[in-house]
Design a protein around this ligand. Structure first.
Ligand SMILES: NC(=O)c1ccc[n+]([C@@H]2O[C@H](COP(=O)([O-])OP(=O)(O)OC[C@H]3O[C@@H](n4cnc5c(N)ncnc54)[C@H](O)[C@@H]3O)[C@@H](O)[C@H]2O)c1
Ligand SMILES: N[C@@H](CCO)C(=O)O
Ligand code: NA
Length: 449
């Protein structure tokens, strides 16, 4: 432990807050309002020594903090704290400030998924080098305790799979599409009007936010390193009312899922190599699945572990106070480590597993086709699946839907068994090219059954 980390008995622990937006202002208020309880839990008072803001002079009189604490000089603030809370967001200057704080002996609490998913390993290495903690429970699924359970409570078990609804905005949009029959654009407009979706909802609807969270979850769950650029990502912009209707007919819902899976891939000689599949995409899941009932903007993470079996974590993934709850939990944890001496449990990456490409992920597809209703069509469709070594689980031919140019059309719904995603997508291409397939009306991966 360096000199700067030694805390004299009875002295308050100095807390610096970087950023005073949605999360930062809740952290400042709760730290102040709950100061006595927090001191009792830590064994030492927590003293807010400064709040770094971008613009000085803004009216922040609603916050119960001394106005003299606000500063635009974050660089110097981080050098005079025992604990630095980073809730600025983005890569820079957050990264540089965290590095500087740790170099000066401060432990860091961050809610910044984008930064941790991009630069986690170098930050964890710095934390270890300087003998400090870097905790970030708020970065994934906001208030829901999920990173600590994976990192600590499940450290004796083997996590096989993590399935998460980790973006509230997209869950809200998909839920509205399900309950009202609205299309994507209409549901997003409503989410924006209600303040769930940002004016520019790209990070949410294109799955970037969920991909960052998936990278963090996979790294902790499988003791390996996964960065956001290794996560396969599809957002929800292409999810149509027809897809949602197709899911309804299967008693399923469409959810944007972050899927982290330990898997094995065979090489040309059939030798199996362990790896991880980490992906974000819309998928159908049964309404009866624990994730199927996650409504509105709620988040949930479903974990499958060898010994524990199935676990479900549910709650609010966003919002000032819920996110501040997770931040303050981390503040108390790192403060306790300070008081007790030493650092808390951190990440391990010993498993060093390769991240598999999406084509190697084992998935199942639900495919709806509008086909000509005449002899041999079903056989043609079945042949396209067989040619790609994809096994069909169920086929449903539904009522005749249309008549055009004297030809009757039928709607065919095929659900496959598990196959490599590359084989499934090639099958869809082959189906689309058949003369007898008028339209591929919906293609959706299936999870959770
Ligand atoms: N809002 C949520 O519900 C939520 C949930 C989980 C995690 N997070 C994460 O928490 C972090 C903060 O999110 P937020 O919603 O509070 O964002 P926000 O935009 O409301 O707040 C960020 C604040 O940081 C300030 N800032 C920017 N650069 C600064 C600098 N150089 N020095 C000092 N202040 C600076 C901005 O002016 C702004 O007030 C992000 O990493 C975000 O991903 C947010
Ligand atoms: N934009 C995120 C906020 C929390 O990361 C969401 O919609 O869930
Ligand atoms: Na969390």
């Amino acid at each position: 432990m360096s000199d700067s980390q030694k805390v004299t008995a009875g002295e308050p622990l100095r807390v610096a807050l970087l950023g005073c937006g949605v999360v930062g202002s809740s952290v400042a208020r709760l730290l102040t309002e709950h100061a006595d309880d927090l001191a009792a839990r830590v064994g030492r008072p927590l003293e807010l020594v400064g709040i770094a803001v971008r613009r000085a002079g803004r009216d922040r009189s609603d916050l119960p903090v001394d106005p003299a604490l606000f500063t635009t000089d974050a660089e110097s603030l981080v050098t005079r704290a025992d604990i630095v809370v980073e809730v600025i967001g983005g890569i820079e200057p957050a990264r540089g400030l965290i590095e500087k704080a740790m170099a000066h002996g401060a432990s860091v609490v961050s809610a910044n998924k984008a930064l941790l998913a991009e630069a986690g390993p170098s930050l964890y290495a710095s934390a270890a080098e300087h003998g400090v903690d870097l905790y970030y429970e708020a970065a994934v699924a906001g208030a829901i305790p999920i990173l600590r359970p994976i990192r600590e409570s499940l450290a004796g078990d083997d996590v096989r799979k993590v399935l998460g609804i980790v973006n509230g905005t997209t869950n809200y949009v998909l839920d509205k599409m399900d309950t009202t029959g609205q299309g994507f654009a209409e549901a997003v407009e409503q989410a924006q009007a209600l303040g769930y979706a940002e004016a520019d909802p790209t990070a949410d609807v294109e799955g970037f936010d969920a991909a960052a969270k998936a990278a963090i979850l996979a790294s902790l769950a499988f003791h390996t390193r996964v960065s956001s650029d290794q996560v396969y990502r599809e957002g929800i912009t292409e999810v149509s009312a027809a897809d949602v209707q197709a899911a309804r007919e299967m008693d399923c819902v469409v959810k944007l899922l972050a899927i982290c899976e330990r898997t094995e891939v065979a090489d040309a000689d059939g030798v199996l190599t362990p790896g991880v599949s980490v992906r974000v995409h819309p998928a159908m899941i049964p309404r009866s699945h624990p994730l199927g009932g996650v409504r509105d903007a709620f988040n949930a993470v479903f974990v499958e572990a060898d010994a524990a079996g199935e676990l479900m974590f549910y709650g609010k993934g966003a919002g000032g106070d819920p996110t501040a709850s997770a931040v303050l939990g981390d503040v108390v944890a790192v403060a306790r480590h300070r008081v007790g001496g030493g650092r808390g449990p951190g990440e391990s990456a010993y498993a060093d597993l390769p991240v598999l490409g999406m084509g190697q992920a084992l998935t199942r597809y639900h495919i709806s086709l509008a086909v000509a209703d005449r002899p041999g069509v079903l056989a043609q469709v079945a042949t396209a699946f067989a040619a790609h070594d994809v096994s069909i689980e169920t086929v449903r031919q539904k009522v005749v839907v249309d008549e055009e140019g004297g030809e009757t059309r039928a709607s065919l719904v095929v659900v496959t068994h598990t196959a490599p995603d590359a084989a499934l997508s090639a099958t869809v291409e082959a189906l689309a090219a058949l003369d007898t397939v008028h339209e591929v009306t919906s293609v959706m991966r299936v999870e959770g059954s």
